[in-house]
Design a protein around this ligand. Structure first.
Ligand code: OAD
Length: 234
């Protein structure tokens, strides 16, 4: 009989991909220091200046295509030998998938995909680096980046809440935990589940039980926590 694997849920943010060369949003060199969120990452921005929005995400896509998974993404794959691992990520990059993780839920969309502006179920893989003005879906409407913008619903949120609420262990890596509803996922984790937070900076967390804070960069903190958890499982 196969051994029951505990369910281990990992919630990741931009910090896990920082050491792969992908810029975070709110660090001192973060994207939101250079760009105004409301000019590039909202439905209003899309209606006002489509070219600027496309260019912003084309740059992001180029950066992701040139990046590789780092030690933190890779270590999370090892966990699958002994745990039922689910990754809930706010990241739009595909570094978890390229590292080899099986179950990855993207809350804020995926940079390598586009979707129709008249039918949100029409989603396409972008070939190459750029999505351009004039590129259309099969129903003839302009394609937009497959990204959840500020002010839009987060369609995967309910799936994420359900996964979090059945976690036996929960790990948070590299997120400032300031963007909702995504950050609220941690509130759904059972009180008695051990929780770990890996981030080199101080993160505000209130009322979270059984929480261990590991003040390290992802490439150091994740592999060492993974080694410890694997050892505990024998
Ligand atoms: P943030 O930029 O807000 O936070 C990045 C976090 O990563 C911070 O807590 C940093 O301390 C931490 N960090 C930096 N370097 C790190 C490293 N080497 N290892 C581990 N952690 C490190 O990014 P998110 O919390 O992911 O949404 O941002 C949430 C959402 O806001 C994003 O998904 C995006 C953004 O606006 C949309 O665009 C819809």
């Amino acid at each position: 009989m196969s051994q029951h694997k505990p369910k281990l849920v990992v919630f990741t943010g931009a910090g896990i991909s920082a050491e792969s060369g992908i810029r975070t949003f709110r660090d001192s060199d973060g994207l939101w220091e250079e760009y105004n969120i409301y000019e590039v990452a909202t439905p209003e921005a899309w209606n006002k200046n489509r070219e600027l929005v496309l260019e912003f995400y084309n740059k992001r896509r180029k950066q992701v295509l040139n990046a590789k998974p780092n030690a933190a993404h890779k270590a999370l794959v090892d966990l699958e030998k002994k745990f039922d691992v689910w990754i809930i990520t706010q990241n739009i990059d595909d570094l978890h998938e390229r590292a080899g993780s099986k179950n990855v839920i993207h809350l804020h969309g995926e940079i390598n995909k586009s979707r129709s502006t008249v039918d949100e179920t029409l989603i396409y893989t972008i070939k190459g680096e750029e999505l351009l003005s004039g590129e259309k879906c099969e129903r003839g409407s302009q394609l937009r980046p497959h990204i959840v913008w500020f002010g839009e619903q987060v369609p995967m949120m309910d799936v994420a809440y359900e996964i979090a609420s059945s976690a036996d262990l929960f790990i948070v890596v590299g997120t400032s935990l300031v963007v909702y509803p995504a950050a609220g996922v941690i509130d759904y984790v059972p009180d008695n589940a051990p929780k770990y937070l890996i981030d080199p900076n101080e993160i505000k967390v209130n009322g979270i039980t059984n929480l261990t804070i590991i003040k390290e960069k992802a490439s150091v903190g994740v592999p060492s926590l993974v080694a410890e958890l694997m050892k505990d499982r024998g």
